[in-house]
Design a protein around this ligand. Structure first.
Ligand SMILES: Cc1cc2nc3c(=O)[nH]c(=O)nc-3n(C[C@H](O)[C@H](O)[C@H](O)COP(=O)(O)O)c2cc1C
Length: 191
């Protein structure tokens, strides 16, 4: 059911690095991204698909992981992403695409989840990634999506109204994601 799939589609940051994701699967995920809504139907997003070891290793060092987990500097070797999809904006077509990006990446991550693949959107990207990728001037990096078979458990927690929303890890290394209750986010109901 859709509700269960949405609940399972969490951000995963530790992966079974040795379990590859083939290019055909990455292309399928980009196809899902492509089919989302787009302002003015301009479709200014472009994607780089990466599952080769050399480039993956270079990309990893430009990413910022889980800012709330201060003592954790990111996944260790063996738990790093098996693949990346890098979301780019073609600035010849539009100068911003934040809504498109949200729709496209949620389509992509839902499809990944259905295939047993976990992912994480990463917006914390160091400027050096541009040089690593050798991008043309009209392409701007918006997000990196890290992908792989999950090697961690993520718990979706119903948070009490007004309480802290920072994600955290318990002593069993379970990652907890507090979500505000529906009552808190409902600004009004007009029956
Ligand atoms: C636009 C956007 C940017 C994000 N950037 C990062 C990031 O740079 N590093 C990271 O570890 N997680 C990043 N995340 C993941 C969020 O931390 C995550 O969505 C949030 O903790 C809620 O967890 P959930 O995705 O499981 O609901 C980002 C998420 C979004 C939507």
């Amino acid at each position: 059911m859709l509700y269960d799939l949405v609940c399972k589609t969490r951000s995963f940051r530790r992966f079974k690095e040795g379990e590859p994701i083939d290019m055909e699967t990455l292309r399928y995920l980009v196809d899902l991204a492509r089919l989302g809504g787009s302002a003015r139907n301009m479709q200014p997003l472009k994607y780089l698909l990466v599952n080769g070891p050399g480039l993956k290793a270079k990309i990893f060092h430009h990413l910022g992981w889980a800012g709330y987990l201060r003592e954790w500097s990111g996944p260790k070797e063996g738990e790093r992403p098996a693949a990346y999809i890098i979301c780019l904006l073609d600035t010849r077509l539009s100068n911003e695409a934040d809504c498109d990006l949200g729709i496209a990446t949620q389509n992509l991550l839902l499809g990944a989840c259905e295939k047993g693949i976990g992912g994480c959107r990463i917006a914390s990207i160091s400027p050096g990634l541009r040089d690593v990728l050798g991008l043309d001037d009209h392409l701007q990096i918006l997000l990196v999506i890290a992908l792989g078979k999950p090697a961690e458990t993520v718990s979706l927690d119903e948070q009490e109204s007004g309480r802290d929303i920072k994600y955290w890890r318990d002593t069993d290394e379970v990652h907890h994601v507090p979500k505000r209750p529906v009552q808190e986010i409902t600004a009004g109901e007009y029956a």
